[in-house]
Ligand binder design. Structure first.
Ligand code: DSN
Length: 423
């Protein structure tokens, strides 16, 4: 049974209602370990499913192009203020629809087509919108990309500095989607200041860890901070841009009217709720537990002989390199999914295989931490992962099915917000 009940969807559209129910059941029964996913609270679910979806609000609080903003204006102002306080920023814009539009707004604010941007290459752990070749950010701008060292799996700041001095980018991005180590914001700030670039910290993956004090903050180092709101931060699907006062007008103009029309007010309200939750002491406990779980899982996987990029993790994610195994990332991820353990296949740095059939697995602990799992559960999860990968190599579906049952039994005792199991 889904909670809150979706009786109206069931009456109007039983087909979609049944699919939503099945997805809720799936989310309850699986170890969801895709590092960019989580479970939002019922409060966040309620706000994002509210009547605010009926409203148009182009513009900003007090300067809208539509009437009827008596309640939307304070909602957006509260969301902005909470973001500014939590991330210690002069200014926040909470309107970007998601992470890619947030990053595009940064390009619009500070670059013209053909200008140079520097970011981490996607296969090294960066993001599409940090200048990767297939993205508009790599097609319309001159993009120069840094990576990690093959021997350490970590960023080499001599390389970053040399590249910046040679290419003189106007914008430098730090952060990404598959970086298992702490991001050294002061080191990036020093390079950016040497070449006069705007430093943008994309903290989408680690925003919740930063809010909870489990990762250093880019505040005071990056002039601009972009983030999604739905990963470790545990809010609705959305994004924010935070910046210093000097860049506020450029960012606001770029988001609206530069790139977007009306903001999604229901999302804004849900972001406000999530930010309130993220400022509570219990969120700091969650953030530290996410990291403790990832470290415990990394230690257990290493102990079983698996190679981890950079040798381990400082944050919420683990990048497992299967190049030495007789199985690639994709079949391993599919077998794990059948075993009730949901991860995603991913490139590893210097991957000899193609991006759609890469050598790695990306594994994260935010969602299982929200469910209440703790470091003592991690050796068992690592053992199941190992068993499932070994079984996949031998086409042993019986083992995989047995693990899925074990996972279901374990998770039955850990509640999921938005779902009540009724026998
Ligand atoms: N697709 C997101 C992730 O999974 O990391 C980043 O945009």
């Amino acid at each position: 049974m889904h909670e809150p009940p979706i009786a109206q969807v069931a009456a109007t559209d039983p087909q979609i209602a049944a699919l939503i129910e099945s997805e809720a059941q799936r989310q309850f029964a699986k170890l969801r370990m895709i590092p960019s996913e989580n479970y939002v609270s019922l409060a966040v679910l309620e706000a994002s499913g509210s009547v605010l979806t009926n409203k148009y609000s182009e513009g900003y609080a007090g300067r809208r192009y539509y009437e009827g903003q008596q309640f939307v204006d304070p909602i957006e102002t509260i969301a902005k203020q909470r973001a500014q306080e939590l991330f210690r920023a002069d200014h926040a814009n909470v309107q970007p629809y998601s992470g890619s539009p947030a990053n595009l707004a940064v390009y619009l604010a500070f670059l013209s087509p053909g200008d140079t941007v520097m970011g981490m290459a996607l296969p090294m752990g960066g993001h599409l919108t940090h200048g990767w070749s297939v993205s508009v950010t790599g097609k319309w701008f001159k993009s120069v990309q840094y990576g990690v060292r093959a021997d350490t799996g970590r960023i080499d700041f001599d390389e970053v500095r040399d590249l910046a001095l040679r290419e003189r980018p106007k914008v430098i991005y730090c952060g990404g989607t598959a970086i298992p180590r702490t991001i050294d914001f002061p080191a990036f700030a020093s390079v950016a200041s040497e070449v006069g670039a705007v430093l943008v910290a994309d903290i989408a993956h680690i925003a919740g860890l930063i809010a909870g004090g489990a990762h250093p903050s880019p505040a005071g180092h990056a002039q601009v901070i972009t983030t999604t709101t739905h990963k470790t931060l545990r809010g609705p699907r959305g994004a924010m841009i935070m910046c210093d006062a000097a860049h506020a007008t450029a960012i606001d103009k770029a988001v609206f009217p530069g790139l977007q029309g009306g903001p999604h007010d229901h999302t804004t309200a849900a972001i406000a709720v999530a930010l309130k939750e993220a400022a509570a002491p219990s969120f700091s406990t969650y953030a530290h537990q996410v990291v403790a779980n990832a470290k415990a899982l990394a230690a257990a996987l290493s102990g079983l002989g698996y190679t981890l990029v950079s040798g381990g993790t400082d944050n919420h994610l683990i990048l497992m390199d299967l190049t030495a195994q007789e199985i690639a990332g994709k079949p391993a991820a599919k077998a794990l999914d059948r075993a009730g353990i949901e991860v995603n296949y991913n490139t590893v740095p210097y991957d000899p295989r193609k991006p759609f059939d890469p050598s790695g697995l990306r594994i994260g602990t935010p969602a299982i931490t929200t469910r209440g799992l703790s470091p003592e559960h991690m050796p068992q999860i690592a053992a199941w992962m190992d068993e499932a990968i070994t079984a996949a190599k031998k086409d042993d579906e019986a083992v995989i099915e047995r693990i899925a049952g074990n996972v279901r039994d374990l998770l039955a005792d850990f509640p999921m917000p938005g779902f009540t199991q009724i026998a």
